[in-house]
Design a protein around this ligand. Structure first.
Ligand SMILES: [Fe+2]
Length: 286
């Protein structure tokens, strides 16, 4: 904030910078939750200071001048680059030369740079329309639309960590359960909760879903799939354990049937997406 005041930015630019910073942090948070690695501090600071070059000019060169000011003021290279690369969808070397700027690319590359660039465009929906009028066939405009699409897509990507348990009875048969929705067979298991170890998660899920206590727990294999679910693209990763079940099977609301079955029988069932590679693994490692 002090820097914005020091460089005497107009009130509307300060208000805009605060808004972009709020939006950018929200999106960065979202992406971190979706499994991307994003430096929240750079995003917040970079977004707040992205338009500082408007103290020199309101032309497209304001990004370049912003970077220059921020380096002089001792801000991090990450923050300076966010300012430098936020204009349109970034400025290419050719375009930079034509504008009389140093001959290099000013195109957002890191997640942090892309997020601030995206948040800036998102902060004013009319802005995209206004720019479109002038630059419909311009490469920079196309890049901007591509960037908006790319970050839009990242926002719908969700990564999930789950556990499954391959539980055997005294005859070596494995416990499988049929989900109510979608109606596919799987092993007992579910999502790892915040702060929980995968072992704790598998013990809890098995108890919740089957009423069994899992004993002699061992790591078996992993399974990972990317698939569409409504508007979201999910990447679900399963850590698979094996063990013995103690007690009597009492299953809950998520499943309609449970049974002990040998591998031959399991291979003939309609299996969940992440279950298939585990059954293949069990088959090879009999
Ligand atoms: Fe700007």
């Amino acid at each position: 904030m002090n820097l914005l005041l020091k460089y005497k930015l107009p009130k509307n630019v300060i208000a805009h910078s605060r808004k972009v910073s709020r939006i950018a942090v929200k999106i960065a948070d979202e992406l971190v939750r979706n499994g991307f690695s994003v430096d929240l501090e750079s995003v917040e600071r970079g977004a707040l200071l992205h338009d500082i070059g408007r103290s020199v000019t309101h032309g497209l060169e304001h990004g370049y001048f912003g970077g220059k000011i921020l380096r002089k003021e001792g801000e991090s290279e990450e923050v300076a680059r966010i300012a430098e690369r936020h204009v349109l969808g970034g400025i290419s070397q050719d375009e930079a030369e034509r504008m009389g700027l140093p001959a290099k690319d000013f195109i957002p590359e890191t997640f942090e740079e892309k997020i601030v660039c995206y948040a800036d465009k998102l902060s004013d929906r009319n802005k995209i329309g206004r720019i479109e009028k002038h630059l419909r066939r311009n490469a920079a405009f196309k890049r901007m639309i591509e960037l908006v699409k790319e970050v839009d897509e990242m926002r719908t990507k969700v990564q999930e960590l789950n556990v499954y348990a391959v539980i055997r009875d005294s005859r070596g048969r494995i416990l499988v359960m049929k989900r109510r929705e979608p109606r596919v067979w799987e092993f007992p298991g579910g999502g790892v909760e915040w702060g929980e170890s995968p072992e704790e998660a598998v013990r809890r899920e098995v108890l919740e879903e089957t009423g069994l206590k899992i004993k002699g727990i061992k790591l078996l294999c992993t399974s990972s799939k990317v698939y569409k679910k409504g508007k979201v693209t999910k990447h679900s990763i399963y850590i698979v354990f094996e063990g013995r079940g103690e007690g009597k099977v009492k299953f809950g609301v998520e499943h309609s049937i449970a049974m002990w079955a040998d591998l031959k029988k399991i291979r003939r069932l309609e299996l969940g997406l992440n279950v298939e590679p585990i059954v293949d693994f069990l088959n090879v490692n009999k």
